[in-house]
Structure formats: structure tokens, C-alpha cells
Design a protein around this ligand. Sequence first.
Ligand SMILES: C[S+](C)CC[C@H](N)C(=O)O
Ligand SMILES: N[C@@H](CCS)C(=O)O
Ligand SMILES: [Zn+2]
Length: 329
Amino acid sequence: MAVAVEEIVRRAGGCAVIDGGFATQLEALGADINDPLWSAACLITKPHLIKEVHMQYLEAGADVIISSSYQATIPGFLARGMLLEEAEGLLRRSIELALEARDEFWKSTLRKSKPVYNRALVAASIGSYGAYLADGSEYSGSYGEDITAEKLKDFHRRRLQVLASAGPDLIAFEAIPNKMEAQALVELLEEENIQVPSWICFSSVDGKNLCSGESFAECLQFLNASNKVTIVGVNCTPPQFIEGIIRELKKQTKKAIAVYPNSGEIWDGRAKRWLPAQCFGHKSFDALAKRWQEAGASLVGGCCRTTPSTIRAVSKVLKGKTAYSATQI
Ligand SMILES: C[S+](C)CC[C@H](N)C(=O)O
Ligand SMILES: N[C@@H](CCS)C(=O)O
Ligand SMILES: [Zn+2]
């Protein structure tokens, strides 16, 4: 594990807390994200809300906050009529907003007599090619016959360079749905000699395989061989699948494991809305979080449709200390 990650996991008592659904909370604060750029549209229209969401997750007890760049892509911004410099400026801004929130929050925490927080790490979000396509393929992994690993590298290359050079503590590749994209990302980290430690998290719709149907074991073979990838895991996957996936990953890797599932609701990529959860079971998210820690996860948080109150409860159950409520801050 990278030193900064090891340190935050240790400080958190063995399991660090990742933030929750970022786009979800932007919407809760009134942002309109029904847009080809999804939550990244707020980098143009509502940057103050982005910082506010980061603050809310820090207050809730997140040890790692993830930037607003999940669906911020250079081709996406160019399609909006922006210049390349403007597009790259927005990518950098997504990291700056998270760093500013982290630093301001930490400064205010240091003034308190009984600090219950750790100085959070900032992870630069990089969503999949399927997220950019915005056609539901981020949950199927089906990118069509014409897509090759080289094309995927070209899609990701410049964004990765810009985000990595903007000063994040980590790179978070999120909801990667197939093996070809994971392999392309690992090769890209080497080719570009990226020095910021990375995590690669997959998405799954059946709890056994990646969304594409390919196995975690196939992917772990090349992930294990990469020093650039320090954490592997799953996100935006229903909570009821997570414990089984952790057990499978534990068999396949010695790397640290991160899990941050969604609420169990299912994204309808065509209608652009969330459908009700299928079978979440009886356990609450935070009770499950404890089981994920016991099963071997070193970082636990939430993804889409989870909120600061989810993360407050997770932080309490994992770290045994209560984050201040927003009104006490
Ligand atoms: C994680 S999904 C809900 C993100 C949104 C999708 N890429 C879209 O733009 O429709
Ligand atoms: N970090 C992104 C992931 C979407 S799957 C978010 O929480 O909105
Ligand atoms: Zn998600």
C-alpha cells in the first residue's frame, strides 16, 4: 500500500472511510445533473456546490474524498464548445476544489478541542469510457467491436496526465466494467509513469463477475503485477454482493481492498433514472459495512444513492467515534 494510504488506514483504526454518492448529494443540494456530463456539468455551472458536497462528506467522517471528475472528460467538454485549455482547466479545478475543501476542513478541525477527524486524502476520480458514452455501457461493459485497448488508452491518456499533475493523493479509477479497460489503465499508468498511487475499482451486476461477465481472477493477474495500482476493489455495485466479492478478491490478491457500493438501486441507462433496489435484505448499510471490514476491506464507503448520513453511520460503526453533526461545526 502507498505510505499515505497505509497511514490513513492506520489512523482510522484499520479501515478508512471513503465518502458517499457525489452526484447524489449534488442533486440533493439542488443541482441539475441530467446532462451528458452528468455531475461534471457542475464544474461549469455550480462549482460552489461541489465544494459544499466535499465539506458535507468530510463532516460526516470521510477519510478519503473523491473529486467531481468522474464524468469530466476532454471530449465531453470540447463537445460543449470549450477550448482544450478550458477543458484541462476544469479537470484541474475538480482537484483544486477537493483540496481546498480538505485543507479548510482540516484547519477548522485543528481548532477544536476534541478532534475526531483525520486529515483526509483526495482521490482524483476517473470514470470509465462507458460513463463518458452515457449509454448504460458502464454497467454492461459492452463497448462494441471497434473498441481496442489502444483506443481506450488514448481516451484516458490526457485526462490522467492532467489530473495526476493537479496534486491529488490518489487516482481513483471508478466502476470499471471490463477487463480490456482495466488492462489499458494499468498499461497507461506504466507508459505515463504516473507517480500518484492508484486504485482500480470494478463494478458488478451479478456479484460474481465484472459487469462484462469476465472474472475478477483474470483481472487480478495483471493488477497484481503492477506497482502503480496499490488498491483494488468494487464500487457502484449492490451492497448484498460486496461481502462475497471481498472474499473472492482476498483469494486473488494481497493488495488492499476498497469497497463502496451503491444503495442497491439499479441505474436505467436509457431512461436516466434509478429503479428500486431488488433485494437489499434486512441489514442496514452500516451494519453491512462492519462485515465488509471483517471480511478484509481496508477502505469502505458508499457510491450512488448513498449520502452523508450513510457515511456518518459507516464512520461511527467502523471507527467507533461519532463525527460532529453539521450544526455543531
Ligand atoms: C454511475 S451512472 C448513474 C452515471 C451516469 C451515466 N454515465 C450517464 O451519463 O447517464
Ligand atoms: N464518484 C462518483 C461515482 C459514480 S459511479 C459519484 O459518487 O458520483
Ligand atoms: Zn456510483
